[in-house]
Design a protein around this ligand. Sequence first.
Ligand SMILES: CC(C)=CCC/C(C)=C/CC/C(C)=C/CC/C(C)=C/[C@@H]1[C@@H](COP(=O)(O)OP(=O)(O)O)[C@]1(C)CC/C=C(\C)CC/C=C(\C)CCC=C(C)C
Length: 438
Amino acid sequence: MSVAMLWVVSPNSEVSSCFGCLETVREGNRLLDAPRFTSRDRNLMCGGRFKKGKMQRWSSTSLNAEFKISSLGGSTSDNGGNFSVVSSMVANPAGELTVSSEQKVYDVVLKQAALVKKQLRSSEDYEVKPDIMLPGTLSLLSEAYDRCGEVCAEYAKTFYLGTLLMTPERRRAIWAIYVWCRRTDELVDGPNASHITPAALDRWESRLDDLFKGRPFDMLDAALSDTVAKFPVDIQPFKDMIEGMRMDLRKSRYKNFDELYLYCYYVAGTVGLMSVPVMGIAPESQATTESVYNAALALGIANQLTNILRDVGEDARRGRVYLPQDELAQAGISDEDIFSGKVTEKWRNFMKKQIKRARMFFDEAEKGVTQLSSASRWPVWASLLLYRKILDEIEANDYNNFTKRAYVSKPKKILALPIAYAKSVVSPSRTLSPLVKA
Ligand SMILES: CC(C)=CCC/C(C)=C/CC/C(C)=C/CC/C(C)=C/[C@@H]1[C@@H](COP(=O)(O)OP(=O)(O)O)[C@]1(C)CC/C=C(\C)CC/C=C(\C)CCC=C(C)C
């Protein structure tokens, strides 16, 4: 078990009191493990605070979003595969009307966009004091970022290559965010998942609070600590991702799409909200900040839905069904049908609708990619096109996602890269984006 994970599982144990001398014993977590920071290292690198970097230019000041993916979420009706337009209210199991997940998540989006604008204003109003860099600080920090880059290259090669096109500051920041997300996901999905309890997640969250205050626990946290001080990244999406992991610990079924939507926001939509402040919006973009955040959210949801559809068999073998129970029932499919893994006509029809919904989220996301700063567009287009292709592969497997894992072949991946590049050179000023204010 890695040192970092041991600390989360049991921070007060004897093992955890000798962090400095513990070696990683599990090869599986080799890349995600990081030397713990001593208080001296912390002071050297962080001094409790970082200089605020120059903020990116954001294109709009309107708080009224022109664009909202309200036609995508919520429950479905049997209307030939079309998903109904959803209001901001849904009925809970007791039949009472409550605020929908989509509305709750949209409120987070609005808050994120408002925060970015507020930080922009304050950076103009106040002169931020420069940091006093002590000898050794810079090399420690760049070592921390290099380690994040290595992890990213190991776990997400194509995406890593894409980040090389970004400015060095942005690239390093995205690596740091990637590593934190990957480590968070490993808590419930990695080799030590069986040791993870809600209390362990609470400790992971308090580590997050610390790193946002400039007190990182280890090297990898230190890179993120630096990132969140330099870019207008808010803690909320990070906390929400941990909430998603808590949900994964306590739930293995989702009653309806509203519940699933919330889960997808927690574990993947949050990634979009964390990334946009680093990737930046193109200075020439006319889109509102909210609409770009919404597109980022949509990409996270689309990716997670695709992930769920690809992994139905694998999840079922772990006793998990991430598909909306009400829609399964409506299609006449039971959990037992899923566990037995037979591709029937009912299953194909059900899957067609689920794929259609995931594609709708990809469509919404595509509207926002062009609005990102030019150097950030290629990696986002590449990951979007490649992930979207997984849906085509599920179809090509005749919807057998029980025993066949849909994957995009190397030649198809290679072909997607120049297509992504061609899309990324289109600047916002050359598109008639539906996100642009009338
Ligand atoms: C360019 C780019 C994609 C940037 C995002 C970089 C980043 C910080 C990624 C973190 C991903 C991560 C480790 C998330 C933890 C939770 C998790 C595992 C989510 C699933 C990802 C796939 O993971 P996995 O590697 O396990 O998949 P495979 O099994 O290997 O196929 C998710 C399905 C979701 C990840 C969500 C995103 C990548 C959202 C990306 C959205 C943006 C970057 C916003 C772009 C902006 C606009 C305006 C569209």
